[in-house]
Design a binder for this molecule. Structure first.
Ligand code: NFE
Length: 481
C-alpha cells in the first residue's frame, strides 16, 4: 500500500516549499515539489529604468541579493558592450564572495544541521522529531555551541560585505559600469581582518563539523543522487572580459566524465506542470514570458521547469566544485554538504588574495550610458547555483526581464516529457523509517539548500485564492492512498 505524505511548508529553508512524497515498501517512489507562491519580479521590472534592475532584483531574496545584483549589472554591462575597471570587478567579487560565505555557514548550521541533532530543550532546537539521531550527547553539545558561534560568523560575513557594498544584505553599490565604492587602505585591512576570522572558522570548525557529520551519516553518500546532471554558469571574473573565472562555467551530464560548455540558447523553461499559460511553454528566457495561470490542469507549482536541451540539471556548490575539478567524489546528500564547505574555504581564500589587488585611489566605475536598445545576459553563480538574468532594453526602458534562479533548476516540477525536477528525482529511492516523521526526506531536500523566495515570491493578500497557508509547528500531514 502506498502512503502519500505532504510536508507543507518544508521548514528551515527560505520561502515556501511544499513537498509530496509517495512511500511504498519503506522508500520514496515518487515526489512532487511545489513552489507555493508567485514571484512576478519579471513583471515588476517591465517598463522601468534599466538602472533599477540591480536594486529591484536584490529584493527577490534577502539571502542571496548580491548574486542578483551581480547578474543584473553583468546583463546591463553586456547590453551596452561596457567593460568595467579592475577595481569594479574586484569589488563586485569581494561582496559576492562575502555573501557566499555568509550563506554557506547559515545553511549548514542553521538550516541543515537540525536534521541530524536535537539540541537543548528550547527553541530553536525544539520541538524536534526524535528519530535517527546518531550524534552522541557530547558531540551534540559541541555542535550546538558551533551553531551559536556560526550566528556571529554570519553577522561578520555580512559586515565584511557591507564594507564595500555599503549595506548588507541589500547592497546599493552594484551599478552598471562598475561599483560605487572608493576603497581606502583601512577598509581593505578591515575586510582582511574579517576574512581571516571567517577563514579560521571555516577551516577549524565548519569543515571538521561537516566531516564528522559525514562519517556518522555515511549512508547519506548513497542517498539523494537524483538525475546526476550538473550545471554551472561560472562566477568571480578574474580578468576584464570575464574569460577567466574562479569557477568556470560548464556542464557534466550523468554518466559522462566530460565537462561540456554551456550554451545559454539551449536553455528553455517548460510550464506544462507550472501555473503559467501553455502559450509560454518551452521558451528560451531571452524570449521568455511570465503569464500566470492558476489553477491549471496538470499544474502544481509556481516554479517553471528550466531545462538544458530538455534535460533537468542540478545547480549548486557541488556542481561548481565538480565542474572545476575540485570535488570529484560523488553526488549525494553528504557530497552536497562537503562540496559546499570546501567551496566556502576556496572562496574565503580567494577573497584574501583579491582584497590585495584593489588599487587605492583608482576608480571602480567608468561612465555608463544606457543604450537606447539592446540585450544582455547576466550569467553568474549564487550560493545555491547557476543564476541567469536576461534583459532586453527598448527606448531606454526594460522591455523584457527574465530570471532563472538556482532553485528554479533544483526544485522545478516535471517538464513536458514528465521528467522530474532534480529535488523530486533525488527523493526517489530515499528510505523512510517512519512516514509520520520523514526526516530522511527533509535531509535530501535540505542538502540542495533550496530558496523558494528566489524561485517564487509574491502573493496577493486581497486575492480570494489562498495559495499557501503557513501553520506554525505543523508536522507532516499523513494521508493513505
Ligand atoms: Ni534566495 Fe538564491 C541563491 C538565487 S536560490 S537564495 O543562492 O539566485 O534560487
Amino acid at each position: 500500500m502506498a502512503t502519500i505524505i505532504t510536508i507543507d511548508p518544508v521548514s528551515r529553508l527560505e520561502g515556501h516549499l511544499k513537498v509530496e512524497v509517495c512511500i511504498e515498501g519503506g522508500q520514496v517512489t515518487d515526489a512532487r515539489a511545489t513552489g507555493t507562491m508567485f514571484r512576478g519580479f519579471e513583471n515588476i521590472l517591465a517598463n522601468r529604468d534599466p538602472w533599477d534592475a540591480p536594486h529591484i532584483t536584490q529584493r527577490i531574496c534577502g539571502v542571496c541579493p548580491i548574486p542578483h545584483a551581480q547578474a543584473a549589472v553583468l546583463a546591463l554591462d553586456q547590453a551596452a558592450a561596457k567593460s568595467i575597471p579592475n577595481n569594479g570587478r574586484i569589488l563586485r567579487n569581494l561582496v559576492l564572495g562575502a555573501n557566499f560565505v555568509q550563506s554557506h555557514l547559515l545553511h549548514f548550521y542553521h538550516l541543515a544541521a537540525l536534521d541530524y541533532l536535537a539540541g537543548p530543550g528550547m527553541a530553536p532546537w525544539q520541538p524536534h522529531w526524535n528519530v535517527d539521531l546518531r550524534i552522541d550527547p557530547a558531540t551534540t553539545a559541541v555542535l550546538v555551541g558551533h551553531y551559536v558561534e556560526a550566528l556571529g560568523m554570519t553577522r561578520k560575513a555580512h559586515e565584511m560585505g557591507a564594507i564595500f557594498g555599503g549595506r548588507m544584505p541589500l547592497a546599493p553599490a552594484y551599478i552598471p559600469g562598475g561599483f560605487t565604492s572608493a576603497p581606502t587602505a583601512a577598509q581593505i585591512t578591515q575586510f582582511k581582518v574579517y576574512c581571516n576570522e571567517l577563514l579560521a572558522f571555516i577551516r577549524n570548525i565548519y569543515l571538521p563539523d561537516v566531516e564528522a557529520l559525514a562519517s556518522i551519516y555515511e549512508d547519506y553518500f548513497e542517498i539523494g543522487r537524483g538525475h546526476g546532471n550538473l550545471i554551472a554558469f561560472g562566477a568571480f571574473e578574474l580578468n576584464a572580459n570575464g574569460t577567466k573565472k574562479l569557477f568556470r562555467p560548464g556542464r557534466a551530464a550523468a554518466g559522462s566524465t566530460a565537462i561540456e560548455p554551456v550554451n545559454p540558447t539551449a536553455i528553455t523553461e517548460q510550464v506544462t506542470h507550472s501555473w503559467y499559460a501553455d502559450s509560454t511553454n518551452n521558451l528560451n528566457p531571452a524570449n521568455g514570458v511570465t503569464l500566470p495561470m492558476q489553477p491549471k490542469a496538470n499544474g502544481y507549482s509556481w516554479l517553471k521547469a528550466p531545462r538544458y536541451t530538455n534535460e533537468p540539471y542540478e545547480a549548486g556548490p557541488l556542481a561548481r566544485m565538480w565542474i572545476n575539478g575540485d570535488y570529484p567524489h560523488g553526488i549525494s546528500v553528504m557530497d552536497r554538504h562537503r562540496a559546499r564547505a570546501l567551496e566556502a574555504l576556496k572562496i574565503a581564500d580567494a577573497l584574501l588574495t583579491w582584497a590585495d589587488q584593489i588599487v587605492v585611489g583608482q576608480s571602480a566605475y567608468s561612465t555608463y550610458t544606457t543604450p537606447t536598445s539592446g540585450t544582455g545576459v547576466g550569467l553568474t553563480e549564487a550560493p545555491r547555483g547557476a543564476l541567469g538574468h536576461w534583459l532586453q532594453i527598448t527606448n531606454r526602458k526594460i522591455a523584457r526581464y527574465q530570471v532563472i534562479t538556482p532553485t528554479c533548476w533544483n526544485a522545478s516540477p516535471m517538464d513536458d516529457r514528465g521528467k522530474r525536477g532534480p529535488i523530486e528525482q533525488a527523493l526517489v529511492g530515499t528510505p523512510v523509517q517512519d512516514p509520520n516523521r520523514p526526516v530522511e526526506v527533509l535531509r535530501v531536500i535540505h542538502s540542495f539548500d533550496p530558496c523558494l523566495s528566489c524561485a517564487v515570491h509574491l502573493m496577493t493578500p486581497k486575492s480570494a485564492t489562498v495559495i499557501s497557508t503557513y501553520v506554525p509547528g505543523r508536522t507532516a500531514a499523513l494521508a493513505t492512498a
